[in-house]
Write a protein that binds this ligand. Structure first.
Ligand code: GLU
Length: 451
């Protein structure tokens, strides 16, 4: 049996951290066993779905390297859903209901006040033909509910173990709205049957849906696929994923300079027994993936971990790889391999290089606010600045001379020099920086700081 999974985003918004993880786990599980990854666009909600979001989702997945083997949109399949609905109606499993939202709300409140679960009471099943006609004559249009068995829907979840949902404790799900449009529940089942999906992998917010969907699979004469429901992501503080993190989109991550493999390495390992470490390919992550490693506790998404992984990947990047990206930043076309080697350990993301490009290749810096004493010190240091070209040894020879001349040492000696030459308190080693900045610019900066 070839494994076949689907990632089924709704194009009603951007791809964000939570659904990147769902896509990734599907991808890793499938590719780890030469399976097929299907991208299904869940656009049954025609009003809220947009082409822009759909294109964005495809771009984001491509940027992340999660290519798909097959793809389709639910909006292309309404005929199939209509046929399936007819089949369910013929079997007496899909029945028309005429309650308004307000009526349902009122009944829910009454049930709750009597200490009963707020489950739909199936009053519509009792309607006679004449009553239905009368309601329709009033101008009411039916919505359609699937008749759950009232028994237990059971499955062996790949993450959660044995699951058993008492379908008498949930309302018969509405499959078709009053306006004739389909809700997500049935189309998803029809598509999973048609596409011969072997495993449905999604967030644990879908567990209850799965109970109903398993019954719909069976009602349509199909065997339900295997299922895996992953624990949801939470923030580093143990709270739910904050609004900001929860909505952190692939686009924002890309614009902030995060590397696909930093994001993927983190999301692949979160909530698993594997350590979180950077990997250099999706294939490697796929080889290491297994549901048996996935815990049931919520997975903590920590931005610091993402920064750490990203920095690790950036620090190991070859100049040849990074050069075209540096070239897009101001002065980036001037960057040399020596520049990259000097600064890369100081970066978290590639765009962080902008600062060092300006320092090395740019014109005047704002200049630090120095005390009069430090200004005088810089004046002395400028006087012993070597006349010849700077080399890697210049920093040492020069600072030795400054030390002898001024009697300063340690931080007092080095910090004002670093500040004047780079405008930063921290940064790459100064012998390399001085060489990159060059003698002329260094003299200018010293002169500007101690007029
Ligand atoms: N469009 C659904 C969602 O994004 C898909 C759920 C599923 O995988 O079945 O929640």
């Amino acid at each position: 049996m070839t494994v076949k999974v689907r990632f089924a985003p709704s194009p009603t918004g951007k791809l964000h951290v939570g659904n990147i993880r769902t896509a990734l786990v599907n991808w890793l599980f499938a590719k780890g066993q030469d399976g097929v990854f299907v991208l299904r666009i869940d656009d049954t909600d025609l009003e809220r779905s947009t082409k822009e979001n759909e294109d964005g989702i495809r771009q984001d997945l491509s940027w992340l390297g999660m290519t798909w083997d097959e793809t389709f949109k639910q909006s292309e399949k309404f005929d199939r859903y209509t046929a399936a609905a007819e089949e369910l109606k013929a079997k007496g499993l899909l029945y028309p209901c005429y309650e308004t939202a307000e009526e349902l709300e009122r009944r829910k409140k009454i049930a709750l006040s009597r200490g009963k679960p707020p489950v739909y009471d199936r009053a519509a099943l009792e309607l006679t033909d004449a009553q239905r006609k009368a309601l329709e004559a009033e101008g009411r249009k039916p919505h359609w509910r699937f008749k759950l068995s009232g028994g237990r829907a059971e499955w062996l979840d790949l993450v959660r173990g044995q699951q058993s949902i008492d379908t008498s404790s949930v309302s018969d799900p509405v499959l078709i709205r009053e306006d004739g449009s389909f809700l997500y529940t049935m189309p998803s089942v029809v598509d999973d049957i048609d596409a011969k999906i072997t495993h449905v992998i999604r967030g644990e917010d879908h567990v209850t849906n799965s109970g109903a969907q398993i019954e719909i699979f069976l009602a349509l004469g199909a065997n339900p696929p295997e299922m895996a429901h992953m624990p949801l992501l939470i923030g580093a503080d143990g709270q739910g994923l904050s609004k900001r993190l929860g909505s952190l989109s692939a686009q924002e991550l890309r614009n902030s300079g995060f590397e696909p493999l930093a994001i993927l390495s983190l999301l692949a390992k979160l909530g698993t027994s594997d350590p979180v470490e950077a990997r250099d390919s999706l294939q490697q992550l796929a080889m290491e993936f297994s549901f048996t490693k996935m815990g049931r506790a919520p997975a903590r998404f920590d931005e610091n971990e993402l920064n750490g992984l990203n920095a690790h990947i950036v620090h190991a990047m070859d100049f040849a790889i990074v050069q075209p990206r540096l070239a897009k930043l101001a002065y980036g076309d001037k960057a040399t391999p020596e520049f990259w080697d000097a600064i890369r350990k100081n970066l978290v993301t590639v765009p962080d290089a902008a600062l060092w490009l300006t320092i090395v290749y740019g014109g005047g810096l704002t200049g630090p606010d120095l005390s009069d004493e430090d200004k005088a010190f810089i004046g002395e240091a400028a006087k012993v600045f070597p006349a010849d070209d700077v080399t890697l040894d210049t920093w040492k020879t020069w600072t030795d001379a400054v030390k002898t001349k001024t009697g300063r040492k340690g931080k007092q000696l080095f910090m004002p020099l670093r500040l004047v030459l780079t405008d930063q308190e921290h940064g790459p080693e100064m012998d390399r920086m001085l060489m990159l900045i060059g003698a002329d610019k260094a003299r200018d900066r010293l002169a500007q700081a101690a007029p």
